[in-house]
Write a protein that binds this ligand. Structure first.
Ligand code: XMP
Length: 516
């Protein structure tokens, strides 16, 4: 297995993804993790990520010294290369010429490159197209290293000490813009570290099932099923392991999408024959939300009511000992990092699975090691329907934050219909897969229209569709006008009470994806 030390680059998770794509297990930890942990982890290789700091400034992050003493190959990427150089006796300086984006490098052969190139120039020199993002440069090599890539702006763009198997890359092999990046990582992991092929989904399923069985024994487990990808995959995996010892609790809060409750019942209770308790708590939720307009207040109420309903239901399940949750690896990394990060709370994103420990249950989180696309792959291996596995994310508070201001039954009903039409047309046109999240938003304002010969005075629906990698930043999707026209037409004709449809053309930032 490979250890990745995180210096805070926005690409660190991508490094982990790329390593796992080569069928090697890896874990990502903060750069200042306990050296004893690193030793006990006994990695076959270590990758140092990029990061925002400057290695020539005192008291900026350094790799634990043990990284260079374990006799395992080390790959430093960007800032990772710079700390490697600084710590092993080289020198780093601020670059005269910063490089951001695409760059062309002249490369020398070494084990890391292993004969790759994007083309050969007229002098027979191998050229590599790479993605750069740096303001500092390594300007003097540590002893034992040679330069294996350069260009005019960056005379030391890659360095190698083939004796000790230490490598540094100033560019980012983990991003897809570096066309040969995947191959470079493969070379590091397989040719240099000789890591075994120990990571693949069918094996993972088998191992995971025996781990769950060993852990849980004959105990009973409960799980809050939302119908989202993570809780659904966790539920099916656990059901494979322990069958009817698992009870799923599905809470209908009245803020779900059209036919969502029925679909969840059909897939899990009927097709998969799982024990699902369906609680219709929509009256309770809507009552509590009456008169409340503040988005954060609405989130708090929805979160609180969910906990209350779930707790009541789980008390009825005699001798449940475990609470299962669909926590995935990015959640684990994020909550580990959040103690040090000081971000402003823009929105409180409580997770539906986030239950208090007053339940006195032990936690079972079988997806803790997986990235989102691995969870999807697992879902497919387990036989979940494609539609469910590739569903857009849906926020825990549901339509509660898509009905602006006060939430009312009438508004929710109108919004559900409009949203279903939008999604149906996106799917029919092939745009659903090309957007990361799409939905309708209910605006509680009335505008004037003319229908037939009469005047109408009805509500407005806004359509939102975005494209994003990580939901931190997003572009509004450039949907074809013909598609927007069709959706608008259908909504106004089919949903009584809506006479105007608008399209949201705001990026994130400055707008957020949800309207509240
Ligand atoms: P924003 O609106 O902050 O959304 O750009 C980013 C992503 O987070 C989702 N989101 C939530 N998810 N509880 C959730 O579980 C929440 O309160 C919540 N608010 C936003 C949003 O749907 C998008 O995917």
């Amino acid at each position: 297995k490979i250890l990745i030390l995180d210096f805070g680059s926005q690409y660190t998770q991508l490094i982990a993804r790329r390593v796992r794509e080569t069928n090697v297990y890896c874990e990502l930890h903060p750069y200042d993790v306990d050296p004893q942990f690193i030793k006990a982890f006994s990695p076959v290789g270590i990758i140092l990520s990029g990061g925002p700091a400057s290695a020539f400034i005192e008291n900026t992050p350094r790799a634990p010294q043990i990284v260079f003493e374990l006799n395992v190959p080390v790959l430093g990427i960007c800032y990772g290369m710079q700390v490697m150089a600084a710590q092993l006796g080289g020198r780093v300086e601020s670059a005269n010429q910063r490089e951001f984006g695409y760059a062309e490098l002249l490369i020398e052969d070494c084990k890391l490159f292993g004969g790759i190139s994007d083309r050969i120039d007229s002098d027979g020199q191998a050229i590599l197209d790479v993605w750069m993002s740096h303001g500092d440069n390594v300007v003097a090599l540590p002893t034992g290293f040679k330069v294996v890539a350069h260009n005019a702006a960056t005379p030391i763009a890659a360095m190698a000490d083939e004796m000790r198997q230490f490598y540094g890359l100033q560019f980012h092999p983990e991003v897809t813009h570096t066309l040969q990046g995947k191959t470079i990582i493969e070379h590091f992991v397989h040719n240099i570290c000789a890591a075994g092929y120990d990571w693949n989904m069918p094996d993972y399923v088998a191992e995971s099932i025996s781990r769950i069985q060993a852990k849980v024994g004959s105990d009973k487990v409960i799980l809050g099923l939302s119908g989202g990808v993570d809780s659904s995959v966790a539920a099916v995996l656990i059901h494979r392991a322990i069958g009817d010892q698992l009870t799923c609790v599905f809470v209908d809060n009245g803020l779900l999408r059209l036919h969502e409750a029925e679909q969840v019942k059909a897939v899990f209770a009927q097709n998969l024959n799982m024990k699902v308790i369906h609680v219709d708590a929509s009256r309770q939720f809507l009552e509590q939300l009456q008169g409340v307009t503040d988005p954060e207040q609405k989130r708090r109420i929805i979160g609180r009511e969910f906990v209350e309903v779930f707790q009541k239901e789980s008390a009825n399940i005699a001798d449940a000992r475990w609470l299962a949750q669909g926590t995935i690896y990015p959640d684990v990394i994020e909550s580990a990092g959040s103690q040090t990060k000081k971000a402003h709370t823009i929105k409180s994103h409580h997770n539906v699975g986030g239950l208090p420990d007053t339940l006195h249950l032990k936690l079972l989180e079988p997806l803790r090691e997986l990235f989102k696309d691995e969870v999807r792959e697992l879902g497919l291996v387990l036989g979940l329907p494609h539609d469910m596995v590739f569903r857009h994310p849906f926020p825990g508070p549901g339509l509660g934050v898509r009905i602006l201001g006060e939430v009312r039954q009438e508004y929710a009903d109108l919004l559900r219909q409009a949203d279903a039409i939008f999604i149906e047309e996106l799917k029919a046109s092939g745009w659903y897969e090309r957007t990361s999240q799409a939905f309708a938003v209910f605006l509680p304002v009335k505008s004037v229209g003319v229908m037939g010969d009469g005047r109408s005075y009805e509500y407005v629906v806004a359509l939102r569709a975005v494209q994003t990698q990580d939901f931190m930043t997003a572009h509004w999707a450039e949907l074809p006008y013909s598609l927007l026209a069709k959706v608008s037409n259908r909504i106004i004709n089919e949903v009584r009470g809506i006479n105007r449809v608008v399209y949201d053309v705001s990026g994130k930032p400055p707008a957020t994806i949800e309207w509240e």
